[in-house]
Design a protein around this ligand. Structure first.
Ligand code: AIR
Length: 348
């Protein structure tokens, strides 16, 4: 084992895959999570269960590690900030705070002259009434949403009256684009102008949950380059360290829009484990631990399907898979509707 122990906040599948990547690099992992059933405890070297505002426990965690990262952007900013006083937290907490807030995030992207969907800040139901021009749209909480949680599609003005939500949270209304397809670009930034960027990945969603990703994305060359350039500009402007994902929409006229930024490794990048010489997870660990940067090489085209809810069951019975197929069980105890339980990558 090397001397490095990395602390990871959050214990879902992303924490598991970060732990597996760290082990390959001889780096020890300690996961801290507020869920005592966190599946990543099956993959890390040490697991600590506690709430993110339990100062005593969280300091004990910090004392055991050299560097801290996180696998879930919804870790409270206060916890990241407190920890950053003791040990370096990467990506920096301020980056996470910016990206966690949909309004601040979109303002930031637009300032870089990068296109996003049209959006407006909403504080109460009445704010929505004059906004017919933004419909059909989607109302999203400004903070704390993922996998479609905290998102409400609004087709027309009459749908507004039927909304039964708590406006104390703060929302933005985004106008829907006439969507042709969705892609994502994953980039790992090491330092000024030092980064590794993966080729754009084409993604399909159902009920706002990712179900399928593939490389190569079927997009034209202009979109291929523009999406990578925008991801690089965003990572550079943030002075980001680690792996980041930019999610894009492409409309029917082949215009590109940034949908959102995920300040972490990303579900669409699971196929990088098998399709590249260095996965998004290994690259994240390399970047935050200041290890060597290795030029990316694609090994194969690939596709990944998410196994959601009950879809995991037949795979848990260990069917014989082809040699180009790779199954990952996140080992989540409770199978729930719409919950990501595992994935299957097929090299093409
Ligand atoms: N995650 C983080 N942001 C989006 C997603 N999908 C991953 C993280 C987190 C886990 O999903 O790894 O810990 C939470 O999954 P669940 O099924 O417990 O809600």
């Amino acid at each position: 084992m090397s001397e490095i122990t990395i602390g990871i906040l959050g214990g879902g599948q992303l924490g598991s895959m970060l732990s597996v990547a760290a082990r390959k690099l001889n780096i020890k992992t300690i996961i801290y999570c507020d869920d005592q059933n966190a599946p990543a405890q099956n993959f890390c070297d040490e697991f600590m269960h506690g709430s993110y505002d339990d100062k005593e426990k969280i300091y004990a965690f910090a004392n055991k590690v050299q560097i801290i990262t996180y696998e879930f952007e919804n870790i409270p900013f206060e916890a990241l900030n407190e920890l950053n006083k003791l040990k370096t937290v990467l990506p920096r907490p301020s980056v996470n705070r910016l990206i966690q807030h949909r309004l601040a995030e979109k303002d930031f992207i637009n300032k870089l002259n990068i296109r996003t969907t049209r959006y407006v800040h909403i504080e109460n139901k009445d704010d929505l009434l004059p906004l017919e021009d933004f419909l059909p749209g989607i109302l999203k909480t400004t903070t704390m949403g993922y996998d479609g949680k905290g998102q409400y599609p609004i087709k027309n003005i009459s749908a507004i009256n039927a909304l039964n939500i708590d406006f104390n949270n703060g929302y933005i209304l985004e106008k829907l684009v006439k969507l042709k397809k969705e892609i994502s670009v994953i980039i790992t930034r090491f330092n000024n102008n030092k980064y590794e960027v993966y080729e754009p990945i084409e993604n399909t969603h159902e009920d706002q949950i990712l179900i399928h990703s593939k490389i190569p994305a079927e997009i034209n060359e202009k979109l291929f380059h523009q999406s990578k350039e925008w991801a690089i500009s965003i990572a550079e402007e943030l002075k980001y360290i680690g792996t980041l994902c930019v999610e894009f929409f492409i409309d029917r006229n082949d215009n590109l829009y940034v949908n959102e930024i995920a300040p972490r490794v990303h579900n669409s990048g699971h196929l990088t484990i098998n399709a590249y010489n260095v996965s998004q997870f290994e690259n994240h660990i390399r970047a935050v631990c200041s290890l060597e940067q290795i030029p990316l090489k694609k090994i194969s085209n690939a596709e990944m399907i998410n196994l959601i809810g009950n879809q995991i069951i037949p795979y848990r019975e260990k069917p014989k898979l082809a040699t180009n197929q790779f199954f990952f069980d996140y080992l989540k105890k409770d199978i729930k509707k719409k919950r990501k339980m595992g994935h299957l990558t097929t090299l093409k």
